[in-house]
Design a protein around this ligand. Structure first.
Ligand code: ZN
Length: 295
């Protein structure tokens, strides 16, 4: 019995890369998967039997997480493509994307695009905002020349031994970025977007590409997001800089709103934690509370 990871699925066949020798094997899932209502997806770690021409998946290993659109399991990090303009940079949307990613136990990295289309002053302001994200422990790529080789290489250096997905608002320049990294990825994306538009009953195909020692996939861009899966108690845990200071809050389980002796609020006042992040936190908390009332 061997172990590996599914990197591609086509009409009932699964291409698996072996954990030890990196060999690519075409497999099928044993019939008992369907009976148990389990469907292997791209990114799944599996144990399998190498049957020569065709192998058989015997067991799926537990997933650390799984995305729905498109279905990918065990994602380690997400490159959040964020444009300076068209669509205009919004800290509210960026924070919403970041917490949705953190909620899935995925590490977000921020990649700024289209900053050559704004004035130097506007760029300096944006860079200042993004340095705040850097302080909050996010990796940020914010060169004014978005696709310069040095920055692209720095990005690819994060791929090794990980499963990375690309995400971002529609029109943020994700396709252009992918084209610079690997045009094959981009072609695959166009195919996914088409099948997604065709309706919910079509099978969505997604593949993981081997790039710079890791596995990479794209996800379709999105235009809106909600926080429906996130509990109010979870929300403060999705802001890394709040997590860092909350042990110093006077009360355990502090929500950093009106509680006395709140270290997070103190850090906001001292400009250690970005005011915009804190304001967005209060805004999201309010949004989550309003969902609760509706149901
Ligand atoms: Zn607090």
């Amino acid at each position: 019995m061997r172990q590996g990871r599914i990197i591609k699925s086509i009409s009932g066949f699964y291409d698996v890369i072996d954990n030890e020798n990196d060999k690519l094997i075409r497999t099928r899932a044993r019939g008992n998967f369907r009976k148990r209502g389990i469907k292997p997806i791209v990114g799944d770690m599996v144990s399998y039997e190498d049957g020569g021409d065709l192998g058989y998946i015997l067991e799926l290993l537990p997933r650390t997480n799984s995305l729905v659109r498109p279905p990918i399991a065990n994602v380690n990090q997400a490159i959040v493509v964020t444009s300076a303009i068209e669509p205009k940079f919004s800290s509210n949307l960026l924070d919403k994307i970041l917490i949705n990613i953190e909620h899935n136990d995925i590490q977000p990295l921020i990649y700024l695009t289209k900053s050559d289309l704004i004035s130097d002053n506007e760029y300096q302001d944006l860079k200042k905002i993004l340095s705040g994200y850097n302080e909050a422990d996010y990796v940020v790529f914010d060169d004014q020349d978005s696709y310069n080789n040095e920055q692209l290489l720095a990005l690819e250096n994060h791929f090794a031994d990980k499963v990375t997905v690309f995400t971002g608002q529609s029109g943020a320049g994700k396709s252009t970025l992918l084209n610079h990294i690997n045009p094959e990825l981009n072609i695959a994306t166009a195919a996914i977007s088409q099948t997604l538009n065709r309706g919910k009953h079509t099978t969505r195909q997604v593949s993981l590409f081997e790039i710079s020692g890791g596995l990479v996939a794209d996800t379709p861009g999105f235009s809106s997001l909600d926080l429906i899966d996130i509990d109010k108690e979870e929300l403060p845990k999705l802001f890394p800089e709040f997590v860092k200071y909350s042990p110093e809050c006077k009360f355990r389980g502090c929500m950093h709103v009106n509680e006395p002796g709140c270290k997070v609020k103190e850090m906001v006042e001292e400009n250690v934690i970005m005011k915009s992040r804190y304001d967005n936190y209060l805004y999201f908390l309010n949004e989550i509370n309003s969902y609760k009332k509706r149901y």
